[in-house]
Design a protein around this ligand. Structure first.
Ligand SMILES: NC(=O)c1ccc[n+]([C@@H]2O[C@H](COP(=O)([O-])OP(=O)(O)OC[C@H]3O[C@@H](n4cnc5c(N)ncnc54)[C@H](OP(=O)(O)O)[C@@H]3O)[C@@H](O)[C@H]2O)c1
Length: 293
């Protein structure tokens, strides 16, 4: 991830542009931050875990970048104000705003606790919409800007053990499509990224553990997101082969069911494995407590 510093891009069009990325303490957000380093933008990176965020900030600073790390929870209204206000007071503009912070929680819908439903909708949808509104008000005054929203390929391949998560990502896709037309008159572009499965902390947070399905290289995804900043387009579906897969599945109900139930079976296998592991860890913990008391 760090070797990009060797290949500084001369006269990059995004040199000194201000790029805000939420969820930059791990995974896609962190990989995009490193992939951008060669272009020398001014970076605002956001996440809740201070230690991890500061590590990313430290590495980017050592690569010669101007970095503003902001420890914030995107669900918190004051934190959302802080993200926008600090970006403007330190760097004076917001050229690109990447709504990447998000999470999944695998569960059968009938078994999903309300707190998971709330967390998914608050983080993936409400916070994203509210941050987009704040960022686009700044961009409207500037007369330009680019919003990049992280959806998921599951938004086009609805899969049952991920119902609430998938619904949030479908909301992100539809929201982005709706605001695009309204905002283009102000010089603001809106893109949606729809990734397939990539190797990040996502599966662990989603309770799928080490899922049995193939995960793709997050560094390649990050590079494509940098290309999207350089040459904006409406939708970025990755890996590329997922584009035709989604297209074909929408031609036939039967094929779509085969594909989505295949994905569902793999996700459920990962979840069952994680549940088993957690149950056995709990048993060991309880046995240890019994021995020591
Ligand atoms: N990996 C995949 O397969 C995949 C596929 C499709 C879509 N996506 C989407 O891509 C985005 C990034 O996910 P990832 O794969 O990189 O997962 P990840 O490694 O778990 O990263 C998620 C990032 O979001 C941050 N975050 C989560 N909740 C937050 C909150 N309330 N406030 C601020 N930051 C928060 C986390 O930081 P802190 O915990 O430090 O706050 C972390 O930096 C998500 O929106 C996800 O839905 C991922």
């Amino acid at each position: 991830m760090h070797n990009v510093r060797d290949k500084e891009v001369k006269d990059s069009p995004i040199r000194d542009k201000v790029i805000v990325i939420t969820g930059a303490s791990s995974g896609i957000g962190k990989a995009v931050s490193f992939a951008l380093a060669a272009h020398k933008p001014k970076m605002v990176i956001v996440a809740r875990r201070k230690k991890k965020l500061m590590q990313t900030a430290g590495s980017l600073k050592r690569m010669g970048l101007k970095v503003l790390p902001i420890v914030a929870d995107v669900r918190d209204s004051e934190d959302r104000d802080k993200i926008i206000d600090l970006s403007i007071s330190v760097f004076e503009s917001i050229d690109v705003f990447i709504n990447n912070a998000g999470l999944g929680k695998v569960n059968l819908f009938l078994e999903q606790p309300e707190r998971e439903i709330n967390e998914l909708i608050e983080t993936n949808v409400l916070s994203l919409i509210k941050l987009t509104q704040k960022a686009t008000k700044v961009m409207k005054d500037q007369g330009y800007g680019h919003i990049i929203n992280l959806s998921s390929s599951l938004a086009m391949l609805p899969t049952y053990p991920f119902a609430v998560y998938t619904a949030t990502k479908a909301a992100v896709k539809v929201f982005s499509d709706c605001i695009r037309e309204e905002l283009e008159g102000y010089g603001i572009k809106v893109s949606t990224v729809l990734p397939g499965p990539y190797g990040t902390e996502f599966n662990q947070v989603a309770n799928i553990g080490k899922a049995s399905f193939k995960v793709y290289d997050v560094i390649k995804l990050a590079q494509e997101i940098v290309n999207l900043i350089l040459k904006p387009k409406e939708n970025l579906i990755l890996p590329k082969k997922f584009g035709p897969l989604i297209w074909f599945t929408n031609l036939s109900k039967k094929f779509k069911k085969t594909v989505t139930s295949g994905i569902a079976a793999q996700i459920m296998a990962g979840k069952l494995e994680t549940d088993k592991k957690l149950a056995s860890e709990k048993e060991i913990f309880e046995a240890e407590i019994k021995i020591t008391t």
